[in-house]
Design a protein around this ligand. Structure first.
Ligand SMILES: [Zn+2]
Ligand SMILES: [Zn+2]
Length: 289
């Protein structure tokens, strides 16, 4: 039976460089799908903060989210959020972004490790035009140091968890979507268990939420895995984790709410009775029922 109380805690509007649709359209769609709450979490890549004018786009995003909250009041809870990328790579930008607006919800993410290109970005020196082909070419090139990159990813993640002011940690297994999901390269989770355990333990200890990101159920085709998958969600619970948020990471309006039912099911099976909504940076437990 489908769950009620669907919350999508990770979505992007056209205030993100890779977002496509207005908040009005996103909220209208969320209402039409019967969602109870929607968090707008536009990108703020701290390592490119001023160069890519995130200082302006996050203000616009916040302004629109607050307007949407009032327009949709009584029909949809709109949380004004932000997805802080690579905060440790420019802590001044991170602090400035957090101080700029009174956020409801702060997601923290790591798209590219210091000195390593975004796990999902193709190598521009390759002539391929197809996005997925480029990713495959990158990770299938003999000698590609993807194992070391994954280790560096979890090293930086551990430091982020301890040092950054955030509410939920986004797409915990982000590199695996590209390395395993797209390129099909082998990576035994046992190889990185010590590091993933360490991160999940730190997250639980700081009483921050783990995000169940459902975009991996849509893309890449056939991967069919949330980020993280069930085993790590369960591990987080076993290590004392209290909060989980579920988000579609929609960059198109019609992806809003997709996979949230499945994400809630995983949370429930891992032992969580609630998913978490954040308002004014405070966790609000919403029963999975
Ligand atoms: Zn992200
Ligand atoms: Zn995102």
């Amino acid at each position: 039976m489908p769950f009620k109380n669907i919350l999508d805690m990770h979505t992007h509007s056209d205030n993100s460089p890779d977002g496509n649709h207005s908040m009005t359209l996103m909220c209208e769609f969320a209402v039409s799908q019967g969602l109870r709450a929607l968090a707008i979490t536009d990108h703020c890549e701290c390592n490119q903060y001023r160069g890519h004018k995130y200082d302006r786009s996050i203000r616009q995003s916040y302004f629109e989210a607050v307007k949407a909250r009032s327009v949709f009041s009584g029909r949809l809870i709109v949380a004004a959020g932000i997805e802080l990328g690579q905060p440790l790579q420019d802590m001044d930008a991170c602090r400035e972004a957090l101080a700029a607006n009174h956020y409801d919800f702060v997601l923290c993410s790591l798209h590219n490790v210091t000195g390593v290109p975004d796990f999902g970005n193709f190598d521009p020196s390759l002539k391929e035009t197809d996005y997925e082909e480029n990713i495959r070419a990158r990770y299938r090139t003999p000698g590609n140091p993807y194992r070391e990159c994954v280790k560096k990813y979890y090293d930086e993640l551990a430091r982020m968890i301890d040092r950054v002011d955030f509410d939920s940690l986004a797409h915990f297994t982000y590199p695996l979507r590209y390395i395993c999901g797209v390129a099909g390269m082998p990576l035994d989770m046992a190889e990185i268990r010590e590091q993933t355990d360490d991160c999940l333990f730190r997250l639980a200890k700081r009483e921050r939420a783990l995000e169940i990101n459902t975009s991996g159920l849509r893309w890449p085709q056939g991967w069919n895995c949330t980020m993280p998958g069930f085993d790590l969600i369960k591990r987080f619970k076993d290590l004392g984790g209290k909060y989980v948020t579920v988000g579609s990471d929609a960059h198109y309006f019609n992806h809003i709410g997709t996979g949230i039912q499945e994400g809630m099911e995983l949370a429930k099976n891992a032992g969580f009775d609630e998913v978490t909504l954040f308002l004014k940076r405070q966790p609000v437990g919403i029963r999975i029922a």
